[in-house]
Ligand binder design. Sequence first.
Ligand code: GLA
Length: 340
Amino acid sequence: MESKVRSLCDTYKGYFPIGAAISKKCIPNYQSMIREHFNSLTPENEFKFIETQPLEGVFTLSETDAMVKFAMDGNQLIRGHVLIWHQQTPDWVFVDQKGEAASRELVLSRMKEHIQHIVSRYQGKVYCWDVVNEAIDDDDALLRDTKWLSTVGPDYIDHAFLYAHEADPSALLFYNDYNDMVEVKHAKIYQLVKGMKERGIPIHGLGLQAHFSNFFPSVEDIRRSIEDFASLGLQLQITEMDLSVYQYQDNSKGRLQPTEDMLKLQAEKYQQIFEVYREYKDIIRGVTFWGIADDYTWLDDYPVKERKDWPLLFDEQKNPKPAFYAITSFADKEENSYGI
Ligand code: GLA
């Protein structure tokens, strides 16, 4: 049972909203924790293209509606994740009636229809959208080779933002990606977003996924990336944070518990990273964890299949871990210094 501890989001009230990715399965299990510790929620899959329009013109939104209602009932912010991505997108989008590759015009019209249907349905409820996810290439090219790119061309990104803005002019629109602190990738993200701003594309924020580990990246690189992005004049949000206890390629399957050293290192790393986030609270306008407790995390199967991981702030019994105290204990000092 969860012991009485500080509320995470209350502790961060003077800084930024604290969010969690939630799935339909986990809502009943975690309901009280979700309400207690988080004031922003991101449905893990329920806004993705394949879930929301699996067949052309067939929108399947009852689960999405239920999640949005759940968040609104708890007075929590809702991040919409994600409209356009190369994964979890149905094949029909790129195939025409004759079964051949769809033209640029057809794909663009389908993109427009999809974005406008989803964004306008949740207008006034979803306050920000990850409009495009992971469009930057990890190798030499600027843009990742996706069907969106090969059928529409590089302006598919601009179009996605324009369609979303038309559908809900008050929603905040984000470009979202990982490894933003890796120098080459950072430069490409910067170039993409700067170009969009110069072209007058309605982009309001940059989502930094923050899938980290005890070993990567360095806190200095995280800071440098944030500081540099600050000059773009956009808000930043940390959108998918977790911190694996392993080196990326560590193959040690079969471990049933994390060691104390793993948890200690993790707590130190979380603490150092959150010190940086708090320092940049004027531009970091949200921090979302990719999950709630260690009993449910995508990292159990990624990047190594069946390698149990413990990347979050709460353990498998839903108790706060050293990492939880590491990022909340600053509040004790603040209280003491006010003589409370
Ligand atoms: C990426 C996506 C998320 C999610 C995670 C893995 O970071 O942006 O939607 O799929 O991978 O769970």
